[in-house]
Design a protein around this ligand. Structure first.
Ligand code: SF4
Ligand code: SF4
Length: 107
Protein backbone atom coordinates (compact mmCIF):
# COMPACT_ATOMS: atom_id res chain seq x y z
CA UNK A 1 0.00 0.00 0.00
CA UNK A 2 2.82 2.38 0.84
CA UNK A 3 4.87 1.41 -2.24
CA UNK A 4 3.16 3.79 -4.74
CA UNK A 5 3.70 6.65 -2.32
CA UNK A 6 7.40 5.79 -1.83
CA UNK A 7 7.87 5.50 -5.58
CA UNK A 8 6.38 8.97 -6.08
CA UNK A 9 8.49 10.36 -3.25
CA UNK A 10 11.78 9.02 -4.63
CA UNK A 11 10.94 10.12 -8.17
CA UNK A 12 10.18 13.62 -6.91
CA UNK A 13 13.41 13.74 -4.90
CA UNK A 14 15.43 12.67 -7.93
CA UNK A 15 13.76 15.10 -10.37
CA UNK A 16 13.68 18.10 -8.04
CA UNK A 17 10.85 20.60 -7.70
CA UNK A 18 8.49 21.12 -10.63
CA UNK A 19 8.21 24.83 -9.83
CA UNK A 20 10.72 27.68 -10.22
CA UNK A 21 11.96 30.18 -7.66
CA UNK A 22 10.09 33.02 -9.35
CA UNK A 23 10.89 35.92 -9.66
CA UNK A 24 14.59 35.01 -9.26
CA UNK A 25 14.30 32.19 -11.81
CA UNK A 26 12.24 33.21 -14.85
CA UNK A 27 11.05 30.74 -17.44
CA UNK A 28 12.51 31.20 -20.93
CA UNK A 29 9.63 32.34 -23.17
CA UNK A 30 8.40 30.11 -25.95
CA UNK A 31 9.35 31.07 -29.54
CA UNK A 32 6.97 33.69 -30.92
CA UNK A 33 5.84 34.91 -27.51
CA UNK A 34 4.56 38.50 -27.69
CA UNK A 35 5.75 40.11 -24.48
CA UNK A 36 6.00 43.82 -25.12
CA UNK A 37 6.44 46.31 -27.94
CA UNK A 38 9.74 48.11 -28.60
CA UNK A 39 10.43 50.96 -31.04
CA UNK A 40 13.89 51.53 -32.51
CA UNK A 41 13.91 55.35 -32.38
CA UNK A 42 16.76 55.49 -34.91
CA UNK A 43 14.60 53.95 -37.65
CA UNK A 44 11.24 55.58 -36.83
CA UNK A 45 10.17 58.41 -39.18
CA UNK A 46 7.11 59.36 -37.07
CA UNK A 47 4.72 58.74 -39.95
CA UNK A 48 1.92 57.69 -37.59
CA UNK A 49 0.84 54.60 -39.54
CA UNK A 50 1.16 52.43 -36.44
CA UNK A 51 -1.01 54.79 -34.37
CA UNK A 52 -3.72 54.95 -37.05
CA UNK A 53 -3.87 51.16 -37.36
CA UNK A 54 -3.67 50.31 -33.64
CA UNK A 55 -7.04 48.75 -32.70
CA UNK A 56 -6.64 49.70 -29.05
CA UNK A 57 -5.61 53.34 -29.47
CA UNK A 58 -2.46 52.61 -27.50
CA UNK A 59 -0.09 54.65 -29.67
CA UNK A 60 0.27 58.42 -30.04
CA UNK A 61 2.65 59.75 -32.71
CA UNK A 62 3.42 63.39 -33.54
CA UNK A 63 5.75 64.73 -36.22
CA UNK A 64 6.56 68.07 -34.60
CA UNK A 65 7.85 67.55 -32.08
CA UNK A 66 8.93 64.07 -33.18
CA UNK A 67 7.35 61.91 -30.52
CA UNK A 68 6.23 58.30 -30.28
CA UNK A 69 4.48 57.03 -27.16
CA UNK A 70 2.90 53.75 -26.17
CA UNK A 71 0.37 53.32 -23.39
CA UNK A 72 1.25 49.82 -22.16
CA UNK A 73 -2.04 49.56 -20.26
CA UNK A 74 -4.07 49.95 -23.48
CA UNK A 75 -1.86 47.75 -25.66
CA UNK A 76 -3.34 44.30 -26.27
CA UNK A 77 -0.03 43.04 -27.74
CA UNK A 78 -1.65 42.09 -31.04
CA UNK A 79 1.45 42.94 -33.08
CA UNK A 80 -0.47 44.67 -35.87
CA UNK A 81 1.66 47.82 -35.61
CA UNK A 82 4.79 45.69 -36.14
CA UNK A 83 3.31 44.36 -39.39
CA UNK A 84 2.31 47.76 -40.82
CA UNK A 85 5.38 49.83 -39.86
CA UNK A 86 7.01 50.83 -43.19
CA UNK A 87 10.46 51.24 -41.60
CA UNK A 88 10.38 48.00 -39.56
CA UNK A 89 11.31 49.99 -36.50
CA UNK A 90 8.83 48.13 -34.27
CA UNK A 91 9.40 44.68 -32.84
CA UNK A 92 7.94 42.42 -30.18
CA UNK A 93 10.23 41.34 -27.38
CA UNK A 94 9.30 38.00 -25.83
CA UNK A 95 9.75 39.22 -22.24
CA UNK A 96 6.87 40.77 -20.37
CA UNK A 97 7.16 44.35 -19.20
CA UNK A 98 7.80 44.92 -15.50
CA UNK A 99 5.54 47.20 -13.48
CA UNK A 100 8.37 49.74 -13.42
CA UNK A 101 8.22 49.91 -17.25
CA UNK A 102 11.41 47.97 -17.98
CA UNK A 103 11.50 44.58 -19.62
CA UNK A 104 12.22 41.42 -17.70
CA UNK A 105 15.49 39.85 -18.73
CA UNK A 106 16.53 36.24 -18.69
CA UNK A 107 17.20 34.46 -15.42
S1 SF4 B 1 4.72 53.17 -38.37
FE1 SF4 B 1 6.87 52.80 -37.84
S2 SF4 B 1 7.98 54.54 -38.70
FE2 SF4 B 1 5.81 55.12 -38.65
S3 SF4 B 1 5.54 56.18 -36.67
FE3 SF4 B 1 5.04 54.03 -36.33
S4 SF4 B 1 6.96 53.12 -35.58
FE4 SF4 B 1 7.51 55.07 -36.57
S1 SF4 C 1 0.62 45.66 -30.40
FE1 SF4 C 1 -1.49 46.04 -31.14
S2 SF4 C 1 -2.48 47.10 -29.42
FE2 SF4 C 1 -0.28 47.18 -29.02
S3 SF4 C 1 0.36 49.15 -29.88
FE3 SF4 C 1 0.66 47.60 -31.50
S4 SF4 C 1 -1.25 47.62 -32.71
FE4 SF4 C 1 -1.65 48.67 -30.76
Amino acid sequence: MIFPFLKTLFLSLRRGPATRRYPRVVRTPFPGTRGHLVNDAGKCIFCGVCARRCPAGALVVTRTPAHWTLDPYRCIVCGYCVEVCPKKSLRMEPWHRRESGGARGQG
